[in-house]
Design a protein around this ligand. Structure first.
Ligand SMILES: [Zn+2]
Length: 79
C-alpha cells in the first residue's frame, strides 16, 4: 500500500494520467481510505486547473503558471 508521501510525490502524474495501471490501482486504493490525500489531490487538481486557465488567457506566461503550481505543490507536500 502506498504511503501518503508517495501520493504527494506522484500527484501530478496521477492528475495528468501518466501512471500505469498498477500504479493507478495502488493510488486509487490509497485515496479510497485516506481522506487527507483525497483532499490534497482535489486541491492540487483545482490549483493546476486555475493556473492553466490563467495561462490560457495569456495574462500569465506558461512558465509563470508552472512555477506557481510547483510552489503550491512543494508547499502542500511538506510534512
Ligand atoms: Zn494518504
Amino acid at each position: 500500500m502506498l504511503r501518503c508521501k508517495d501520493i504527494a510525490a506522484h500527484a501530478s502524474e496521477h492528475i495528468d494520467g501518466e501512471l500505469n495501471w498498477k500504479q493507478s490501482l495502488g493510488y486509487g486504493l490509497h485515496l479510497l481510505v485516506c481522506g487527507y490525500c483525497r483532499r490534497f489531490v482535489r486541491q492540487l487538481r483545482t490549483t493546476i486547473a486555475c493556473a492553466r486557465a490563467v495561462a490560457a488567457d495569456d495574462a500569465l506566461a506558461h512558465d509563470e503558471a508552472r512555477r506557481i503550481s510547483e510552489r503550491v505543490y512543494d508547499h502542500a507536500s511538506r510534512p
